[in-house]
Design a protein around this ligand. Structure first.
Ligand SMILES: [Zn+2]
Length: 185
């Protein structure tokens, strides 16, 4: 078997190894090394650093794949958030209209029913009852208006969930970008 002359990467001792050997251990210092042949150039590396390079390449590849995927998922989450807010705004406007309508209907019913009820009780519309009726005519519709349920809580729950997802995606994106920034190619 033809021999290959090279020197140990660790202690620089001259070594001779079998030409088709891929790994060897220096007989002087015991450092395990890997032989790399590319384009006719032969180089040796400590196995430890060779493994680190493979790990680095794997991390880099994973980050390179993750960044576009996370960017896409982030854009999707943000557009879903915009949809939720738009839907919420629409249903909020609908609820506001329904609330005004409920107050108005209450006012109308009281306006017509109040004098009938007073007449029905056999009482005549005196100053006191007239005053009571006027106060009730304003107070009751205002009460209805203020106590009308608006769908605000559900919207907050929905946006809180999507906000958490957006924060999670942004964090992963930052982490993967910093891997790409710090790891050499
Ligand atoms: Zn050595």
């Amino acid at each position: 078997m033809p021999l290959l002359k090279l020197s140990c990467v660790n202690c620089l001792a001259p070594l001779e190894i079998g030409e088709d050997l891929e790994r060897f251990t220096c007989s002087y210092c015991g450092t395990a090394q890997i032989v790399e042949r590319s384009a006719g150039v032969i180089a040796t590396r400590k196995i430890e650093t060779a493994l680190k390079a493979v790990q680095r390449g794997t991390d880099r590849t994973a980050a390179e794949l993750a960044v576009p995927r996370l960017t896409r998922e982030l854009a999707e989450a943000q557009s879903a958030r915009a949809d939720i807010l738009a839907t919420a705004r629409k249903s909020g406007e609908r609820a506001m209209r329904a609330r005004r309508k409920a107050a108005l209907i209450t006012f109308c019913v009281m306006f017509f029913v109040g004098p009938l009820a007073i007449a029905g009780m056999g009482a005549s519309m005196g100053t006191f009852l007239a005053l009571l009726w006027t106060v009730a005519l304003i107070a009751v519709p205002v009460w209805v208006y203020n106590n009308y349920q608006l769908p605000a809580d559900k919207v907050l729950d929905a946006t809180a969930a999507i906000d958490a997802r957006i924060a999670h995606l942004e964090e992963h994106l930052r982490a993967n970008r910093s891997i790409l920034d710090t790891l050499p190619v």
